[in-house]
Design a protein around this ligand. Structure first.
Ligand SMILES: CC(C)(COP(=O)(O)OP(=O)(O)OC[C@H]1O[C@@H](n2cnc3c(N)ncnc32)[C@H](O)[C@@H]1OP(=O)(O)O)[C@@H](O)C(=O)NCCC(=O)NCCS
Length: 178
């Protein structure tokens, strides 16, 4: 399902808003997830067709354990983000983000989105802990998570084999304050 709209601090004078996106955006999202540069740290071994993306959309939108948002800079959809595997009894969830528009990288958007989505998880979904993992080599992702307050509780060694190389995973978490 989609989470409620979240207005983030402006980025370089432009509005940064998290809100639902329409099905019409799926071709763009399929383009992103099939772009090697964008998806290399998403740990997916396969490519996705548009019809698979449509099935994913239908499935995700009906799942109560998954909140999703489109990331909009001004009016433009530049990525998506989610709280996944929401556990209402244990009160934890896993954070994820994909900024597909490469021109939007390195502007602080990943940091603001991680802050905003985790604040939503604590204040609206009453979570206690949010997990956020990243490839150790995904320096931008780790920096953004750390700036949003996540800290590492360990490394999962050699978890993914990609491009003839094993990759370690940085395991991060953020706990509710107070
Ligand atoms: C990873 C991602 C979310 C980061 O978002 P972002 O908006 O670029 O992040 P921010 O700008 O808030 O912070 C990233 C920081 O890391 C830095 N950085 C990024 N790549 C880097 C690299 N290879 N080496 C060193 N620093 C790097 C940026 O310059 C920035 O630091 P700065 O503000 O000091 O310049 C975004 O690039 C993305 O969605 N990538 C594709 C999908 C992906 O990898 N998702 C995450 C899966 S865990």
């Amino acid at each position: 399902m989609f989470g409620k709209t979240i207005v983030c601090p402006k980025i370089q004078g432009r509005k940064l808003i998290l809100k639902p996106f329409e099905k019409e955006s799926l071709p763009l999202i399929a383009e992103w997830v099939n772009d090697q540069e964008i998806s290399r740290y998403l740990a997916s071994d396969n490519g996705y067709s548009l019809s698979q993306e449509e099935q994913w959309y239908e499935k995700t939108m009906t799942r109560p354990d998954n909140y999703k948002w489109g990331i909009f800079l001004g009016e433009k959809l530049i990525g998506n983000t989610s709280l996944m595997k929401i556990e209402p009894i244990h009160r934890n969830a896993t954070y994820g983000i994909l900024i597909g528009d490469k021109s939007a990288w390195g502007k602080g958007i990943g940091t603001e989105v991680a802050k905003a989505v985790s604040a939503y998880g604590f204040s609206r979904l009453n979570l206690n802990v949010i997990y956020g993992d990243a490839f150790v080599s995904n320096i931008g992702s780790i920096k953004a998570l750390e700036r949003a307050g996540f800290t590492s509780y360990g490394i999962r060694p050699a978890f993914h084999f990609i491009d003839n190389q094993y990759h370690d995973i940085w395991l991060g978490s953020l706990s509710r304050k107070g």
